[in-house]
Write a protein that binds this ligand. Structure first.
Ligand code: 13P
Length: 249
């Protein structure tokens, strides 16, 4: 069975709540499609107004992060129950910016992934290599390690519903998109790794996105690759161009 595409925007630390409402109202008609799941992952404070603005449309509102504890003395963090209480179904876990600036590790990513599943939230699990790692030829080894740790103690049934975002760090916000061949090669390696950990059925079901300078121009070829099931889009998700990316065909 063909996997359904999933095209997600990662707003990062952009858009105040009022700007978020305005952007969603602009994008709503442009991202309408029945062919793919469309997700806007927005800053925590934007989630409630974004949900309200997206009502009646095909836009799903997701979070950009979440903590792995249930509740308690964790100043500044957002719990899974806070997200599900307002209807959030997707959360980005382990974005490279969180790993770089907020000390996230493969271990905290794994804890968050397990917690998201426990609460019925679909994690969009990020992985990706640095430019140095690519140049040293260790990309696939590195990504396999990230994936193996992220999925520790995750069941096959859970893994089938997960989303993985392959985002080469050197391609994020640089305008330097990976070539279609580079993106497909790593996404295929990720699927092979999932097959090794679980089985063929899980590998065939899991959805793998490419992220890193995705644009209306690069999306059609990227998303046509056999192992690329959509994209995680930063900069271009804040513009009307996102409509073209969603309707890439
Ligand atoms: P850009 O699309 O701006 O390169 O960002 C990609 C990204 O980090 C999405 O999570």
């Amino acid at each position: 069975m063909a996997r359904r595409k999933i095209i997600a925007g990662n707003w990062k630390m952009n858009m105040t709540p009022s700007e978020a409402v305005e952007l969603i109202n602009t994008l709503k008609p442009l991202v309408a499609t029945e062919d793919a799941d469309v997700v806007f992952c927005v800053p925590a404070i934007d989630i409630i107004p974004a949900m309200e603005a997206a009502k009646g449309s095909n836009i799903n509102i997701g979070a950009e992060n979440m903590y792995f504890e249930e509740k308690g003395a964790y100043t500044g963090e957002i719990s899974p129950a806070m997200l599900t209480d307002v209807g959030v179904k997707y959360v980005i876990i382990g974005h490279s910016e969180r790993r770089e600036y907020f000390a996230e590790t493969d271990e905290t990513v794994n804890k968050k992934v397990l917690k998201a599943f426990e609460h019925g939230i679909t994690p969009i699990i990020c992985c990706g290599e640095s430019l140095t790692q690519r140049e040293q030829g260790v990309t696939i080894d590195w990504i396999r390690q990230q994936i193996k740790i992220a999925f520790l103690n995750v069941t096959a049934d859970q893994a089938k519903t997960a989303v993985i975002a392959y985002e080469p760090i050197w391609a994020i916000g640089t305008g330097k998109v990976a070539t279609t061949e580079q993106a497909q090669e790593v996404c295929a390696a990720i699927r092979a790794c999932i097959k090794e950990i679980y089985d063929e059925a899980t590998a065939e079901a899991i959805r793998i996105q490419y992220g890193g300078s995705v644009s209306a121009a690069s999306a059609p070829e990227l998303f046509a690759q056999p192992d690329i099931d959509g994209g995680l889009v930063g900069g271009a998700a804040l513009k009307p161009d996102f409509g073209k990316i969603v309707n890439y065909k």
